[in-house]
Every structure is written in C-alpha cells, then in structure tokens.
Design a binder for this molecule. Structure first.
Ligand code: ADP
Ligand code: MG
Length: 682
C-alpha cells in the first residue's frame, strides 16, 4: 500500500459527498491530496503599522478602546466600527455585514484583526477577527491558500490537509537519490511537503518549495532522457549510407553560399542520418534564417540512398511554394517531387498515391493530406515537418508511422525560448540557425496611428515605383458588424482605386485553392505589386522582392504572430519596413507594439511574449506536449530545470543506474511510465 493507491476517502472527515467534490479537482488518492499545493499564503504575521503601505492586507493585535457603533442599511447590510489601540496608534476597525459581532466587542478587550489597511483614514477594513486565547490562533502563521471553489472551502481544505498529514504523513517516502539530495542540501521529502503546506516563514517555505520543484523536473527529465537513451540503444532506425561527396556537390551548386549556421546544422543532420537510431531533431531558426534549404539538403541525402522523403507543411500556400522551389532545385538531379493537398481532383490524387507506393515518386510535399489513411510510402526514410508548432503531437506521429522508424526533422520559425525548448522538446535534439544569410538589412518597424495612413500609402507608392512589393494584412476577410477593424475586401477595393497604376491582389482563406495559388504565384512573379491579405500568408511565404509589410489593427495580433508576419519581408537584399497601424488600448498591447519596434530578434521576442502571456498560454494547445507541473513554474524556475537536467544526464551515464539495487525504484518508475519496452529491463 502506498499513498498513490490509498483512496482519499480514507482521510478522516472525507465522506462520500466530499470524495466526489475532490474528484472534480482531480484528487482521488491521498498522494494527490498531499500534492495539492497551495498557490499562495495568507500572511497572519503581526505587522508593525509604521511599515505598512496603504492598501496592504495585514494582521495586527490591539485593545478595544471605544464602544462599537452599528449602522444598519436595510435588513442585512450593516457597518460596524470601533476604535482599537494598536501599539501607540488609534485604528478604526470596520466590519461590513457582521452586526452580530457588536455584543462581543467589549471595552479593554484584546483583539486580533486581519484586513485591508487604509492609511489616510487609518481604517482597517476587517475580513477576519479573533480574540486571543480562545482556542487555536492563526496569528503569527502563514496559512495556505488552495485553489478551491464551491462546496470545498479554504477552511475545510486546510483542516483536511492537516488531517491527511497526521494520518499518513509518516508514509511519505524519499524519492530522490541520496547523493543528489545531499548535493543540493534538500530537506527530506516528508518535511518539504509539510512545509509547503505550513511554512513557519517565507524562507522556510521557499526552501521546501525548491526541493519539490526540483523533484518535479527531475522525474520529468528522467523520463525523457531515459527514453532517448533507450531508443538510441535500440537502434531501430536506418543508418543511411549517405553519399557525402554528392551532398557537397549539391550544396556547391546552390545559388548562394550557406551560412555557417546552416553548414553546422547540415553537419549535425548528416551525422544523425548515418547513425542506426532514428533522428529526432528540431531545427529552430528565426524567420528568414533559411531553414528550407537545410531540409532540402537532408532530403537530397536520403533520396540518394534510395529512400523516400516527406515534407509536411500547415498551409496549401506554403505547400505550393515548397513544391515549386524544391522541384526547381531537384529537377537537374532527376529527383521526382509530388504535391498532395486537400484540393486535388481524385484522379490526380490517385496517381500521386500510387506512384508513391511504387517508390517512383521520391519526395512528397503536402498539407495534412499527407497523413490520410490511404497514403502509403514505399520506403519512407525522412520526414520533415515545417512550422511544426502548427501541428499537434498526434498529427506528427501519424506521419512518422508511415515509415519504419524514419528519421524526423521538425522545423519551427517560432523560436521557443530556451526555457521551454528543453522542456517541451526534451526528447529531441535541438539545432538552431543563429544567423541570417549575409547581406540582410534589419527590418525597420514603426507603430503608427490610423491618421498616418496617407503617408503610409505614399511610401508604398514610392517603393513600388522603385521595383519593390508590399503586403497589407487585415484581421478580417469582410466587413463585420461585431468588430470595427479593417477587412481585406474593403481595403482591396479602396487600394485598387488608390493605386490605378499597380496591380492590387487579394488573398484570404475563403478563396478556392486554385485561386489562392494563382494570386500567390502572380505576387511572387511581381505581376501583383500590392497584396492585401489576411493572415493566411503568416507562415513560411517567401517572396524576397517584397519589402513592405503593413499590418492593420495590429493590436489584435499576438507578438509571435506579428513577428511571423514581419518575417515575410527582409528576405532579400533590399531594405525592408514593417508598419503596424494600431490603436493600442490595453497596456499589454502597447507593450507588444513596443517590443516589435525595439527588436528584430525572434528569440528575444519569444522571451518577451512568454513574459507577457505566461507559459500556459504560450503553446495555446494541450496537444503541444508541454507537461504540466504541480508546483514548478517554467519561467521562474528555469535554473532548477537546468540543474535537474544535468543531474539526470549524469545519472544515466552511470552503469549502476541501470543495474544497482539502490536505483531499482527509478527503473520501476520508468517502467510504470512505459519508457521501457519489453525485455529492456530485467
Ligand atoms: P525560413 O527559415 O523562414 O523558412 P527560408 O528557408 O524561406 O527561411 O529562406 C528565406 C530566404 O533566404 C529564401 O529566399 C532562401 O532562398 C534564402 N536563403 C536561404 N539561405 C540563404 C543563404 N545562405 N544565403 C542567401 N540566401 C539564402
Ligand atoms: Mg520556412
């Protein structure tokens, strides 16, 4: 029997009713109850009134100095006041709707008051009061505040938690390796958990918390690192016999010289491809850093060994674009490239699928259409997923399963701050493109009001006359009664009139695919100079001649989205501009615009975004695979995460971890978590 299996109803005071209510907040076992940590503490430490700021919530002790005064408003509303001497000050204590207390307030009596301090009027708006010496007192303590609501009250939770400790506290077992516990000078687990619920003071609470945060990260890291170590040792992937000289020749024939970053990452990938384990690598690089070509080189290397490659992207526009550029790139080598999207005719689709199955088609590019059930590869060796954050874990793994342990390269242009990368992608190797191709000029970003519109249009006109192109992004496709923001259809009509000498194109998600492709192609060939669009062009689109990005109602977009949009320009040798037209109302949206004008660095933006939004929101979806911790906070506890990661890495290198008796519990944990396949543990 351990705490993880003892049902919570075994705690005295938890009846059938409460068992059900606890279930609603995810508590079924005693362990789950004990690990339901408070998110803050109510501070009942006595305070010195001279140090208290206006509006603070405080606890003080004093003597009742005046007769209580009661004013009633209607039947239930009331205001009760009396003067209390605290140290040498007079304080007016005020209770709302507590008329029944009047008879208890006696002159000369000691009283403990907790409430909000109004410095100007020297009022204490009392939320809790008690008389010293009557039973247990909260005074001098930090009381835990739990995330509870409805029928479960704070008081009940506190009482039940204490009860659980007195019944089961002794059963809380140590779960960290002894040497790590000593190394970091951690409290024993039992004590740490108790102190989190009932710290004597803040310092002690922090010390206890540090241990539990570490522990959460430790087991998380243990899982992913052990998984990786084992899957590598299983070596189920293919060790491709990469023809390195051919790859080098391919790279030399490119129309540009690769950046050092690109070369380095390609080196890492070539190494992985030749190993018997399946590569699982994330390539992150800022918008415009040139990820596509890295993927192309990897695909080339694998195709040359006789296997097939797949490239999955989130939008049809992007699929089309990759299809065009890779076809151009691979044609001279006789490599066949196919395109599979949701909007092909059934006849064409059949053709592609069958040539894929025979192996005649070597590279398949496409959208989600790639993971449909009837798509079979002959011999899928490499899976590339572009803009991977747009796909769920599920979708990524379906594509992977279309091959026999294929190598996987995922790419993202939304750089994940380092904090999140090692958590979210702990089971991947991470490569980064840290530089942009040479000759790029930094994009200049301006945040302006609507009344600058004329000047913005004048600027576009001059740039187009100089041979460049512009994007104008609207939050909406067409006019809406609900929100007053710019829509693409209206803007397109206006600009068509405003720029009689230029061609103004319109792009949005509701256009039929053929039409979208057509518009995009015309824009990339500069047959369209000004493109009015919704965010359908947000990711991946690459037209190096475009130098202006105007975003209407920019306050409606998130930071990473704005950065992605801005990344559509600045892709060639010309100076580029991003103009954010916005009426920022909230502080957060003002801050976002400020960040945009201050930096072009995607990593920095991701970091600021994380700060503004918090990690929970960062990935948007639960599907992201980002784990949830009970206590640990990915942002503020990052250093602990790194610590745990390094400790685990060291631990896994030791032979006795895999064989020694003292580590049996950890191996059993890994087995419970299904990290071990059959036969891997004895
Ligand atoms: P992203 O990383 O945003 O996907 P792309 O792969 O679309 O970036 O590349 C952006 C542009 O830079 C493309 O036009 C591409 O051809 C070009 N490019 C990539 N690598 C280099 C390089 N080393 N030198 C010059 N241009 C490059
Ligand atoms: Mg890209």
């Amino acid at each position: 029997m351990d705490l993880y299996t003892i049902p919570v109803k075994n705690v005295r005071g938890v009846g059938t009713q409460k068992t059900e209510e606890l279930l609603l907040i995810g508590i079924q076992t005693v362990a789950q109850l004990i690990e339901y940590y408070p998110f803050r503490y109510e501070d009942y430490q006595l305070r010195d009134l001279t140090e208290v700021k206006n509006g603070e919530k405080i606890t003080v002790q004093g003597t009742i100095y005046s007769e209580p005064l009661l004013q009633m408003y209607g039947k239930t509303k009331s205001r009760l006041t009396c003067k209390v001497v605290v140290e040498n000050f007079f304080v007016t204590a005020v209770w709302f709707n507590r008329h029944f207390l009047k008879d208890k307030l006696k002159l000369g009596q000691e009283i403990i008051l907790t409430g909000k301090w109004d410095q100007g009027r020297r009022h204490l708006s009392v939320s809790e009061s008690e008389f010293p010496g009557q039973g247990t007192t909260r005074i001098g303590t930090l009381q835990p505040v739990y995330s509870v609501a409805g029928p479960i009250t704070q008081q009940w939770m506190r009482k039940t938690m204490m009860q659980a400790f007195s019944q089961f506290g002794e059963m809380i077992e140590e779960n960290l390796p002894q040497d790590l516990k000593l190394k970091h000078n951690f409290l024993p687990r039992k004590q740490a958990i108790y102190h989190i619920h009932h710290p004597v003071d803040i310092t002690e609470g922090k010390h206890a918390r540090a241990r539990v945060v570490y522990e959460e990260f430790f087991f998380f890291q243990l899982k992913i690192q052990a998984y990786r170590a084992l899957s590598r040792s299983k070596a189920e992937g293919s060790a491709f016999a990469v023809d390195l000289p051919a790859v080098r020749a391919f790279v030399r024939a490119l129309p540009f010289v690769l950046t050092d970053s690109q070369k380095h990452v390609i080196g890492e990938i070539m190494h992985d491809l030749q190993q018997p384990y399946s590569m699982n690598r994330l390539l992150q690089g800022d918008v415009g850093s040139g990820k596509t070509i890295v993927a192309a080189v990897a695909l080339f290397a694998v195709i040359r060994t006789g296997a097939q490659g797949a490239l999955m992207v989130p939008t049809e526009i992007l699929a089309e674009q990759h299809y065009r550029s890779l076809t151009r790139l691979f044609e001279p080598y006789g490599i066949s490239v196919g395109l599979l999207t949701g909007s092909l005719t059934e006849r064409i689709r059949r053709g592609i699928i069958s040539s894929l199955q025979t192996g005649e088609l070597q590279i398949l590019i496409g959208t989600h259409a790639l993971i449909q059930e009837d798509v079979y590869f002959h011999n899928l060796g490499l899976v590339v997923i572009d803009e991977q954050h747009r796909f769920g874990v599920q979708q990524r793994s379906i594509l992977r399963r279309k091959g026999l342990h294929p190598d996987v390269l995922t790419m993202t242009a939304t750089p994940i701050p380092r904090t999140l990368a090692i958590t979210a992608y702990g089971d991947m190797d991470v490569s980064s493109l840290r530089e942009l191709p040479k000759g790029r000029k930094p994009i200049r970003t301006y945040s302006v009001n609507h009344n600058m519109l004329e000047r913005v249009l004048g600027f576009i006109s001059r740039e187009v006359l100089a041979g460049r192109q512009a994007y104008l992004i609207c939050p909406l496709i067409e006019e809406s009664e609900k929100v007053d923001v710019q829509n693409a259809m209206d803007l397109h009509a206006q600009l068509t009139q405003h720029f009689p000498d230029f061609r103004v194109g319109l792009l949005h998600g509701r256009l039929p695919t053929v039409e979208k492709d057509h518009v995009m192609r015309e824009f990339s060939e500069n047959k369209i100079q000004v493109l009015v669009s919704t965010t359908v062009i947000e990711v991946g689109v690459d037209v190096p001649n475009a130098t202006i990005m105007v975003v209407y109602d920019a306050q409606r977009f998130g930071l990473s989205q704005l950065h992605q949009l801005r990344g559509r320009v600045g892709r060639g040798e010309h100076a580029s501009y991003c103009i954010l037209i916005a009426e920022a109302k909230s502080e957060v949206s003002k801050e976002r615009l400020k960040v945009m004008t201050e930096t072009n660095d995607g990593f920095e933006i991701a970091r600021r975004d994380l700060e503004l939004r918090g990690p929970g929101d960062y990935f948007g979806t639960k599907q992201s695979g980002l784990p949830e911790f009970r206590l640990a906070d990915l942002v503020s506890d990052f250093e602990v995460l790194e610590l745990a990661r390094d400790d685990v890495a060291e631990l896994l290198m030791r032979t006795d971890f895999w064989t020694g008796l003292e580590y049996l519990a950890f191996r059993q944990f890994l087995q419970r978590e299904q990290i071990f396949g059959e036969g891997l543990i004895d």
